[in-house]
Design a binder for this molecule. Structure first.
Ligand SMILES: C[S@@+](CC[C@H](N)C(=O)[O-])C[C@H]1O[C@@H](n2cnc3c(N)ncnc32)[C@H](O)[C@@H]1O
Length: 529
């Protein structure tokens, strides 16, 4: 374990398109393959005529060149499949490596994210077009087919361009052999629109979970888990399709101006719109956020509104409800037990600075602890410290030492599927079981570390009851010195609307399809004085 400090800021990116998301039909283009200059700012190819047709050229006569934007998407899919890479980390480096301009970068983002999100549905379609089981295909060929299918069924790319360019990509990076197969399979894909394919796939299917899984491109176990989560948090199971559809939409990039330190003026002048749910937030207008001086300084940051709300709720709980309103708070000590990479720590650091408190941010992974220091760099240096160590030890090493503790535990991330296009296909139900003991141990440590009268905010970026309500009720059952505060009411008190409707049974759950945030869970647990 060690403690340290440091400097910097951060930005994020997004993509769009998937079954249930940015649907579009392909059409006929005039002449040969389009070059990238014919794409519009959303990465869509311009002048899209309404009918489909294909070049008469045999695959061998077509382009042998890999269009750089498609090549980037292919490389992202390959890295995800072969190296277990994260698309949101690989994509920017591939875009830089190939020197894509803004339009091509938009196209590559939509193509790679859309193909990854839609993978389950696209594979079901491809299975109807290939004469052997998909797992007998070379994985690179399968990725090329997924990229071709997403262009044909869900992007406004003329069919001939999608075909020619995908075959050209395959010739350039996989070899001449597979191009005939790819050409033949993608021609079969073009026989139907996405909607027609979905009708074909679900025909004769009566199981609602299977239908939703195919229609909204989620594994069946996640469809069931999300339905269970909706019900566990007091919502209707009938919302499931809206929730799954929200996972397929590209999330808007949210900004936060660190209270008392940052400003949104520059972002708003540049076209960002003020956030409607929480003070000091804005919806980015897109583009390179590094152009904003306050983002470069780290006083304005990219952060999901759900994260902003739960961090503000932790800081806003009234620890002395019997005291006189407006009375000055004594100097408080705050702990962020699982801080990496530092998004909530930065906001908490700014709030601590404004409220005369200090913050200890803990993270066991040294490279992530460094990111926490960087995230906190805009906050005055005497307000915060970073501890590099196991959060499970803090409760015994520093018992009853903190007034407020945030424990934002490692979780399945089922509440942020829209941000991580590949994660739905990578996660398994076993992850939930494996994470349970760590989540419980971290919450126990947080409860040991908070002083009597203090409050612990238990947060996950997952709505699943195994990671949310079950963990909290286990903790409450084991000890008699705890009480649950009304997290929904506290969230309302820090929101601009005052009426988020997130509360249920004293805990609170935000939703992508209701609040346009990640599905953040919040429980506020007070240790009785
Ligand atoms: C959900 S993330 C936290 C996100 C962070 N609060 C933010 O807003 O940027 C969970 C973090 O817990 C860390 N973690 C994993 N095991 C831990 C442990 N034993 N003690 C403390 N933190 C742990 C992970 O490295 C990860 O950075």
């Amino acid at each position: 374990m060690s403690e340290s400090g440091g400097n910097a800021g951060g930005t994020g990116g997004s993509g769009s398109g998937a079954p249930g998301g940015g649907r579009g039909n392909s059409g006929r283009g005039k002449g040969g393959p389009r070059d990238s200059s014919q794409r519009n700012a959303q990465g869509r190819e311009r002048n899209r005529p309404s009918q489909r047709s294909f070049t008469e050229n045999a695959p061998a006569q077509r382009t042998r060149r890999a269009d750089p934007a498609r090549l980037v998407a292919f490389e992202v899919l390959r890295a995800v499949a072969a190296e277990d890479a994260y698309a949101n980390l690989v994509l920017p480096s591939r875009i830089r490596h190939h020197g894509l301009d803004k339009r091509d970068a938009g196209f590559a983002t939509e193509l790679s994210y859309g193909a990854l999100r839609g993978q389950g549905t696209y594979d079901a379609i491809l299975a109807r077009c290939v004469d052997r089981p998909l797992d007998q295909l070379d994985p690179a060929i399968l990725d090329a087919l997924r990229i071709g299918t997403h262009q044909l069924l869900a992007m406004r790319v003329p069919a001939h361009a999608a075909l020619d360019q995908t075959v050209g990509l395959a010739r350039a990076v996989i070899g001449a052999g597979p191009s005939a197969l790819i050409n033949a399979v993608l021609r079969k894909v073009t026989a139907h629109t996405l909607e027609e394919w979905l009708e074909i796939l679900v025909a004769g299917e009566s199981d609602e979970t299977t239908i939703a899984s195919l229609r909204y491109a989620h594994p069946e176990w996640i469809v069931r888990a999300m339905r269970q989560s909706l019900v566990a948090h007091g919502r209707s199971a009938a919302e499931i399709n809206d929730l799954l559809e929200a996972d397929n939409a590209a999330p808007v990039v949210n900004l936060v101006a660190l209270p008392g330190l940052g400003s949104l003026d520059e972002a708003l002048e540049g076209g960002a719109t003020p956030g409607e749910l929480v003070e000091g937030s804005a919806l980015s207008s897109g583009g390179d956020l590094g152009r904003l001086a306050s983002v470069r300084e780290g006083s304005t940051r990219v952060q999901d509104v759900g994260s902003q709300l739960v961090a503000r709720a932790m800081a806003a709980v009234d620890l002395d409800p019997t005291g006189s309103p407006g009375a000055e708070r004594p100097h408080e000590t705050w702990l962020d037990l699982c801080a990496g990479p530092g998004g909530k720590a930065a906001l908490l650091g700014a709030l601590a600075n404004a409220q005369g408190a200090t913050l200890l941010a803990n993270e066991p992974a040294p490279h992530r602890a460094k990111l926490v220091s960087q995230a906190l760099s805009a906050v005055p240096r005497d307000v915060w410290r970073v501890r590099t160590g196991d959060g499970r030890d803090v409760g015994t090493e520093q018992p009853e030492s903190f007034d407020r503790v945030l424990v934002d535990v490692p979780c399945s991330g089922l509440g942020a599927l829209r941000r991580r296009p590949e994660s739905r296909w990578r996660r398994t139900p076993k992850d939930l079981a494996d994470l349970g003991p760590l989540q419980r141990a971290l919450l126990k440590s947080a409860l040991d570390a908070v002083r009597p009268g203090g409050v612990v905010a238990y947060v996950t970026c997952s709505p699943h009851p195994a990671e949310t309500t079950a963990v909290v009720s286990d903790a409450l059952r084991k000890r008699d010195d705890l009480e649950l505060l009304d997290a929904g009411a506290v969230l309302d008190s820090v929101s601009l609307t005052g009426n988020l409707g997130a509360g249920h049974d004293s805990t609170a759950q935000l939703w992508p399809h209701i609040h346009s945030t990640d599905a953040m869970f919040l429980a506020l647990i007070r240790k009785k004085a």
